[in-house]
Design a protein. Structure first.
Length: 431
């Protein structure tokens, strides 16, 4: 990375917060901090504090929302920042946008930063949309003439033409986000900081916003910092990615590896299963997904071939074993069922026999997103479940060339399952 191309440098950034009610017992702490400062000593409360793991009850009233964050961003780069809720993403963006200051560390930037962190960031509710465009431009250091030259593009992109001279307080949240993004993108900041706020917009606007961010990074050479929980958007837009976990950088590198790391944090890993899993008269010795190269994976690509492999140790004679896989989305909606019964592949198992069973999907048809797999193993003759788990493991699907046309299906309008089909066109009429 060339030093001359570095537009943002973050060095040893940490942010500490005090838990509890605001103002409770802070006077003595402030006096201690002041006394340490005039003596040239370190802030005494920076020596204490715990990592930002909100799942556990800590022993300290101080918590590190961010801890020792270091990274650099080049001019024209699109950096994705991902992590679970509470990982420190928004805190980092607020520090970069100078909404709040870090407890330790420094930030060096070249140029103007425009931020879109929350719905209506920087907007005044009593002012019209048009007036707010001029207000935001002035905050960015632009002249009235510069803003006027861009205003028609901003209004057109936002789709708020009819309401542009109406006070912003009467806008819906979606309209406010549309206008706020248009202002931030078109007033030519050197660094554009965008939080998950785009999720408030509709599918059409999200597509426009991502396209605009691609344009300003590739064509205009400006830098974008993008936070999202939508892994498809991250992969489509970003050239590099940071993964935050409990206030620290868990991973920094290429986007695909970052997404895999993010999924591991959520437990998307077949390696997290403890085998054998004991059922009624059977043991499940393995459950894994393999790609066509025999690699065990949990990050799948639409349209590719995959093997869902199950190992079973049978301890009794079972006349008819039925195996059922069910695919659920993360709202627990059933997407599809893969059942040996429907294909008449149920089979007999001898006592103490080991079975290796594969369900092969030649062309993965599920739309990009996160999924869970349910597994049921049943003795059909006795009509009893030997094992059942509606979420034995999880996997993530990214977009792929399902139709082999070189054109990726649009994620927002494809539905949950893609279908192989064929068009026949007879230019001479009905035959």
């Amino acid at each position: 990375m060339s030093k001359t191309d570095v537009i943002l440098k973050v060095e040893n950034i940490s942010k500490q917060y005090r838990l509890g009610l605001v103002g409770t017992g802070t006077l003595s702490h402030d006096l201690n901090r002041w006394w340490s400062k005039i003596r040239g000593k370190e802030d005494p409360y920076l020596k204490v504090g715990e990592s930002n793991d909100r799942r556990t009850k800590g022993n300290s009233e101080y918590v590190w929302a961010l801890k020792d964050i270091d990274f650099e961003v080049q001019k024209g780069e699109v950096l994705g920042i991902i992590g679970k809720n509470g990982a420190g993403k928004s805190t980092l963006l607020k520090i970069l946008s100078r909404v709040t200051s870090p407890s330790t560390g420094s930030i060096k930037t070249k140029g103007r930063i425009a931020s879109l962190l929350e719905v209506g960031t920087g907007f005044h509710g009593e002012m019209t949309g048009r007036e707010n465009i001029y207000l935001n431009g002035a905050i960015l250091g632009m002249t009235k003439k510069e803003i006027t030259s861009k205003i028609e593009e901003i209004i057109d992109f936002s789709g708020c033409q009819r309401y542009i001279d109406t006070p912003v307080k009467r806008y819906s949240s979606g309209m406010t986000v549309r206008l706020a993004f248009a202002v931030a993108a078109f007033l030519e900041p050197d660094i554009l900081v965008v939080d998950e706020v785009l999720a408030v917009g509709d599918a059409e606007f999200q597509k426009k916003a991502i396209g605009k961010m691609q344009d300003i990074s590739k064509s205009d050479g400006r830098t974008v910092l993008f936070v999202s929980h939508n892994m498809e958007s991250i992969q489509k837009l970003c050239s590099r990615c940071l993964v935050l976990s409990d206030g620290e950088i868990s991973f920094e590198g290429n986007v695909l590896d970052a997404v895999n790391r993010y999924l591991e944090i959520f437990g998307f890993s077949t390696g997290s299963l403890n085998f054998p899993i004991i059922g009624k008269g059977i043991e499940i010795t393995k459950f894994q997904i393999k790609d066509s190269g025999e690699n065990v994976v949990n990050h799948l690509i639409l349209g590719q071939k995959y093997f869902f492999e199950i190992g079973i140790l049978n301890k009794d004679i079972i006349k008819e074993i039925n195996i059922r896989l069910q695919i659920f989305d993360f709202n627990d909606n059933l997407i599809s069922t893969l059942n040996t019964f429907h294909t008449e592949k149920h089979f007999k198992a001898q006592s103490n026999q080991y079975l290796n069973v594969e369900c092969i999907i030649a062309k993965l048809p599920y739309a990009p997103g996160s999924y869970k797999i349910g597994l049921q193993i049943m003795d059909l003759a006795k009509r009893i479940n030997l094992y059942e788990n509606n979420s034995i493991t999880e996997f993530f699907i990214e977009n792929g060339d399902f139709y082999g046309s070189g054109k990726l299906p649009g994620a927002k309008n494809m539905g949950k399952v893609l279908t192989n089909y064929e068009w026949i066109i007879d230019a001479n009429g009905i035959s």
